[in-house]
Write a protein that binds this ligand. Structure first.
Ligand code: SF4
Length: 169
């Protein structure tokens, strides 16, 4: 098997190190499988070693959207709709949602040394990361709100406040 870490490094040794998106694309030349959504609650079990997405996509049964069962990582790009300056707005929105009462343990993760979310938010990102789905389902209103780059902090605060109000009613 090709060494994915070697594929990932920039060709120019003097270039800035590339940060990686842990909720990335599955079809880029550098795309890697980050983990498998195999737990009972759909959260991610992380692979010990990076595996090129191109080696796995052909094994996904026809009719199944690969992002329903796998999480992919690819380069963090300045053209991404989630970029806010040099930051990733997605992990900022995810972090703005109150953490579940029992936060997930920090997983062992092969991406950490080059992960944009880790670089930006530290261990807080790793607590939230296993529950992140790159493919949002139609009935996941909060997930879709968080995933939308146009969502403002005010909109998130409003949704959270209304959810808390509903829970207390
Ligand atoms: S946020 Fe943490 S657990 Fe998720 S990919 Fe980055 S380093 Fe790994």
């Amino acid at each position: 098997m090709e060494n994915a870490a070697d594929v990932a490094e920039p060709a120019n040794a003097e270039a800035e190190p590339v940060s990686w998106c842990p909720s990335g694309a599955m079809d880029r030349p550098e795309s890697l499988v980050l983990g498998v959504r195999s737990q009972d609650d759909g959260s991610v079990a992380y692979l010990d070693e990076p595996v090129p997405a191109s080696e796995v996509l052909g094994m996904v049964p026809e009719g199944i959207e690969p992002r329903r069962i796998l999480r992919f990582a690819s380069h963090c790009e300045s053209s991404c709709a989630n970029r806010v300056g040099t930051e990733c707005g997605l992990i900022n929105r995810i972090s703005a949602v109150p953490a579940p009462p029992h936060a997930a343990a920090v997983p062992r993760c092969h991406l950490r040394p080059r992960c944009k979310w880790w670089q930006q938010t530290g261990v807080e990102a790793c607590h939230r990361c296993p529950a992140v789905s790159t493919l949002m389902l139609a009935d996941d209103h909060l997930g879709n709100l968080v995933a939308d780059p146009a969502t403002t902090q005010e909109q998130l605060d409003s949704w959270i406040a209304s959810a808390e109000h509903t829970a207390q009613a």
